[in-house]
Design a protein around this ligand. Structure first.
Ligand code: NAD
Length: 462
């Protein structure tokens, strides 16, 4: 079936998924492992096509495509596959004194059919990575990739059809109307990655069906550079994190907050790093990413009017490219500071006391990521303990997202729930509690009218 919006009967698709799930075919751990291995193989054999599609949709370089999309997914499959048998086993737990003779068990159980809605900025990784978790946990999946990355969406559909029957994994392509239609139906779990505003819509729709959700959202992630940081190293790592994929990364540093004493040096080093990575004319550099659409391009170009441009500032509407741009003299009331930037524009704020930063971040919605550059453990500890954020890296950018050993997710406005590695398995698994009661004896004191019942209970339950 070709799942284009108009011809799609979602009710019928979900009925088939339920039948498939109820048949028990997703339950065998061995079969799940075979499918994950097969998926890995197909992804490896289609590497060139995936790279070509990413080049087409976002002008991603091969290096970026491998490190941030393909490699990360292969690692995730390997990590999960090695541990899945252990995670999926029912676990015995202790029982309370009142439950003597019984056995407590936690039985991992798939939810059923999962809806995954993916964004366009890492269109491959952010679709496949949650899918791997959902499949590992034994669910069937309906995946709705983004309409703004059509080459990858089309390829995803073809690749997944090669590995899974459509009653097991279905790719439904389309935009807002298709998403809205999907959300009208009852799924057993919804995993959404995208913007805060659409996250609200998804949660509202899920609430109507009482469907549990994970929301992987965005926001303005600060990057703080303290005066004791290794400035040249910080500059390279910040430029890397900010301008990878032309700044269209949910965990990209959104704005810079730098100590006054090191600001000039940092800005100069960042300029040097930009030239080192993308040459004197980044717009014509073959490996510098482009903005996804004209609408996004126009929004970003508006930001170029804010503050004072100290690096970059040029753009090219033909190629939808905007130079890596740094804006100094920026204030919170400017448009560039009022919403998530999601592009290669980097506003700079300066501070004298770290507590100004703590207060400033606290006065805004909790960010998805936070970066701090400082050599001092006391400063690191102070920031980690004082501020709430989804996750972060100290003395680097983006890297916390790329390890399967750390759960990845937001907090507050930047999202709820998390995934990657064991957390992916847990996210797509219901932990069913089961108590197996003994029939060898039956304490009378819990029944009405039994003698001394209350006295005994008070001894056991306190
Ligand atoms: P988006 O919210 O516009 O779209 C995401 C998905 O939702 C797409 O598949 C889209 O078709 C669908 N959608 C759009 N409008 C909808 C509606 N009204 N109802 C139902 N579905 C709808 O986000 P985007 O522009 O694709 O991605 C950028 C945003 O995603 C940024 O805010 C970024 O920070 C965030 N993001 C977060 C993460 C994360 O892991 N936390 C990762 C990537 C992107």
């Amino acid at each position: 079936m070709n799942n284009k919006a108009a011809e799609l009967d979602i009710h019928e698709l979900l009925t088939r998924h339920k039948l498939y799930y109820d048949s028990g075919r997703t339950r065998s751990i061995r079969d799940r492992l075979v499918l994950l291995a097969r998926l890995r193989e197909v992804l490896q054999s289609r590497e060139a096509e995936i790279m070509a599609a990413l080049r087409q949709d976002l002008n991603k370089s091969e290096l970026e495509s491998y490190s941030t999309e393909i490699g990360i997914v292969l690692e995730e499959i390997r990590h999960i596959s090695r541990r899945l048998t252990r995670w999926a086993r029912p676990r015995k737990v202790r029982t309370a004194l009142t439950h003597i003779g019984s056995k407590g068990m936690i039985v991992p159980e798939p939810y059923g059919t999962v809806l995954i809605i993916a964004p366009w900025n890492y269109p491959f990784q952010l679709a496949i990575s949650p899918l791997v978790g959902a499949i590992a946990a034994g669910n069937t999946v309906v995946l709705k990739p983004s309409e703004l990355s059509p080459a990858v969406s089309d390829l995803l559909r073809r690749i997944l059809a090669e590995v899974f029957p459509e009653d097991y994994v279905a790719v439904v392509e389309g935009g807002v109307e298709v998403s809205t239609e999907l959300l009208r139906h009852k799924f057993d779990y919804i995993f959404f990655t995208g913007s805060v505003n659409v996250g609200r819509i998804v949660m509202e729709a899920a609430a109507k069906q009482l469907t549990p959700v994970t929301l992987e959202l965005g926001g303005k992630s600060p990057c703080i550079v303290h005066k004791d940081a290794d400035i040249a190293l910080a500059a390279r790592r910040i430029v890397f994190g900010k301008f990878t994929n032309a700044g269209q990364t949910c965990v990209a540093p959104d704005y810079l907050w730098v100590h006054r004493d090191v600001k000039e040096e940092l800005l100069q080093e960042m300029g040097r790093a930009v030239r080192g990575f993308y040459g004197e004319d980044p717009i014509s550099h073959p490996d510098y990413g482009r903005v996804v659409s004209r609408r996004h391009f126009d929004r970003l170009v508006m930001f170029l009017q804010d503050g004072q441009t100290v690096l970059g500032g040029r753009s090219d509407v033909e190629t939808l490219k905007i130079e890596p741009t740094i804006l100094d003299q920026v204030t919170w009331d400017m448009p560039v500071m009022k919403e998530e930037i999601f592009g290669p524009v980097f506003p700079v704020l300066e501070y004298e006391q770290l507590d100004e930063v703590i207060e400033g971040v606290r006065n805004h919605p909790k960010p998805l990521a936070l970066y701090l550059f400082s050599q001092a453990e006391s400063v690191q500890k102070h920031v980690i303990e004082s501020l709430s954020f989804g996750g972060g890296t100290i003395n680097d950018t983006l890297m916390h997202l790329a390890t399967p050993y750390l759960p990845f997710g937001g907090v507050g406005d930047s999202g709820m729930g998390s995934y990657h590695g064991s957390e992916s398995f847990k996210t797509f698994t219901h932990e069913k509690s089961v108590l197996i009661q003994t029939t060898r004896f039956d304490f009378p004191f819990r029944y009405p009218s039994s003698k001394n019942a209350l006295r005994i209970l008070k001894k056991l339950m306190k």
